[in-house]
Write a new protein. Structure first.
Length: 471
């Protein structure tokens, strides 16, 4: 079925939502739309359930056809045996898109489940009904108040990232990890079995959305590999796409088949395809978010030379190893930089070979150190190691301003790595410190390894993109 992006736009930015089959005691789908800014209706025939729905302030009808306005998005949460009747109502009502939370189809590998899914596919294709799912959490758009069943932190949620997930659980994991890392979502979708709309359709749609600046994906597999790779290459040329794939091992492939009935793809073939298309491979939700965060905040990354400052002598050895093992270089500074350091740097308890040891009074000269590193011709990227407890005071504010100014000038990517022991008190302070840096557009990571991997993956992306641009 050819995707109608106008219908998808109505699903993600609806004026009217109908929740079909919501049940107590939680009425989870109605409550998930509590911030929705348009018209919200319920369709339920059970008098006991209707009472609870009305108590929420939601208007209920016993028939979808009775809703007095066009329905942009229907959320279907009924037993699977009722779905044939529901899809006929959806078609008659000319609903733009329907999210089927209902599960129990081909992923069960039962005759009844497969038969019901084939019926849904047949009728949806005949009527050009944009069916999301089944067996999924559907769409989410914080700005429009369209919600999924995800427990969210308090605070502003709307951001510039788009998330596409075959798994409902991993869709929630992506959203929560983004919030914890201080980056947020513009739109997200969990598509489950993807019988009508697949990952490629959402990727193409998000690729055209100018408010989405980076895309994160979780997939078990893809249906049409050729089309997926073609669209992936087109979208990656405009914005970064980071993909976390399940089913990398034999056991994982077996689990994927029972989860969403996905076809297995050998991991080496998958990774080769991503590289050719400029997409970035990730192995966990944390790595996916680290990479996206880096690409959101870094200036374009054009070289592998890294200057690191803020640590101690023993730590400097480990730091150099970590960045080198990630495929980056920690080069010597230029003679001009050595001459500048020689004017003020105290060598007792410190050293200005790269990494620059500032475990003594040299720490108070950090803004001067950063200025020298910014001008150094051997250095492409700058890393500051920062204690979580030191996230306030005049010295911190001066360093924050210096990094912010460097980032605004845009010549070299800058990042901060927090040195955190993760006592309860320090973990809270770390969150505050991360927020202060990232409010100024400075990517901040919770370990050297995570920061180094994110920088290397960002460099790989820009190397690919520049190659495409110049070819």
């Amino acid at each position: 079925m050819k995707v109608d992006f106008a219908k998808l736009e109505r699903a993600f930015n609806p004026k009217c939502i109908a929740v079909i089959g919501d049940k107590g005691p939680n009425f989870q789908w109605s409550k998930s739309q509590s911030d929705f800014k348009g018209s919200l209706y319920s369709v339920q025939i059970d008098p006991k359930e209707i009472e609870g729905i009305v108590a929420l302030g939601v208007t209920n009808y016993t028939s979808l056809m009775d809703i007095p306005e066009p329905v942009d998005l229907a959320i279907v949460a009924v037993p699977r045996e009722i779905t044939p009747r529901i899809i006929e109502d959806l078609i008659r009502k000319d609903v733009a898109a329907a999210h089927f939370y209902t599960a129990g189809f081909s992923e069960t590998h039962t005759e009844e489940g497969i038969k019901l899914e084939r019926l849904l596919v047949e009728r949806a294709e005949q009527a050009n009904l944009h069916l999301i799912g089944p067996n999924c959490m559907g769409v989410r758009n914080p700005r429009a108040g369209v919600g999924q069943l995800v427990k969210e932190q308090s605070g502003p949620f709307a951001g510039s990232l788009g998330f596409i997930s075959q798994s409902g659980m991993n869709a929630g994991a992506l959203i929560r990890e983004a919030q914890q890392q201080g980056v947020n979502t513009h739109k997200s979708v969990s598509f489950g079995n993807g019988v009508i709309l697949d990952s490629t359709d959402y990727l193409e749609y998000f690729g055209q959305d100018t408010e989405i600046t980076g895309i994160g994906m979780y997939v078990d597999g893809v249906r049409d590999g050729r089309r997926f790779l073609r669209v992936l290459r087109e979208v990656s040329a405009r914005k970064p796409v980071v993909i976390w794939k399940g089913g990398r091992t034999h056991d994982g492939q077996r689990a994927a088949a029972s989860h969403t009935d996905s076809m297995a793809v050998p991991q080496e073939i998958w990774e080769a395809g991503l590289r050719q298309c400029g997409a970035i491979n990730a192995y966990s939700v944390e790595e996916l978010m680290d990479i996206l965060k880096g690409l959101q905040y870094f200036s374009p990354v054009h070289g592998d030379g890294v200057a690191i400052t803020g640590g101690s002598g023993g730590q400097s050895i480990v730091v150099a190893d970590v960045f080198s093992e990630a495929g980056l270089r920690v080069p010597e500074l230029t003679r001009e930089s050595f001459d500048e350091f020689g004017k003020f740097f105290t060598l007792i308890g410190g050293a200005f070979s790269n990494p620059i040891d500032t475990a003594n009074e040299n720490r108070s000269q950090m803004t001067r150190i950063l200025e020298i590193l910014e001008k150094d011709a051997n250095i492409d990227n700058m890393v500051l190691i920062q204690g979580a407890r030191a996230g306030s005071g005049p010295q911190f504010e001066a360093v924050l301003k210096s990094l912010t100014d460097i980032r605004k000038r845009g010549a070299k990517p800058v990042m901060v790595v927090l040195s955190v022991s993760f006592s309860p008190e320090e973990a809270e302070q770390a969150g505050d410190t991360i927020q202060k840096f990232q409010e100024e557009g400075i990517a901040t990571f919770l370990s050297l390894e995570r920061g180094a991997r994110a920088l290397r993956k960002a460099l790989d992306y820009y190397n690919w993109k520049n190659g495409v641009t110049s070819s």
